[in-house]
Design a protein around this ligand. Sequence first.
Ligand code: HEC
Length: 156
Amino acid sequence: MHKVAKLILVLFAFIFLGMQFVPTTAIPKASTKDGDPHMAEVINPQVGAILDRSCQDCHSSRTRLPWYSHVAPISWIVSKDVSEGRENLDFSEWRSQSDSGYERALICNAVSSGEMPLPEYTVIHRNAKLSKRDVELICGWAAASNAPMTSPQVGK
Ligand code: HEC
């Protein structure tokens, strides 16, 4: 029995090592450009801070990648989430092109339904979980800003 356990362990070690060589789409690069502002600077600072905290890893080029995000099979999930996340919604584009009311409505929907942030993310990033108050603030902003999006902005 002891031998079998050892064999299984070695087998798993090989599988794990093998996983590291499975080709995957690269995780989209994080931008280190200074020109890529926090959402707190782009929209209403209070709501922007929530989006920075809970969404930017997947929905902007400010993705922070801890070491384990490069280790398969986690890297497979991360590369899929970040590329699909940015494809659907990229806050980094809001610098140059204003967000649409449609996008804001989608955001309110996604957070009210609890669909976003993704549970596979909040299970590790506990502080990314949104409180009821966070959701209210986001939806309030989403509904209010039919005016130019910069209107609630302070000091800029
Ligand atoms: C772990 C990565 C991740 C995080 C964190 C995350 N998202 Fe997403 N988001 C995705 C992915 C992947 C998709 C596309 C697939 C899908 O809709 O499930 C997506 C899709 C969306 C969409 C489009 C939904 C639609 O119906 O078209 C919105 C809006 C959205 N996210 C908002 C947010 C907001 C707001 C936050 C923060 C509160 C957030 N997301 C956090 C990965 C993430």
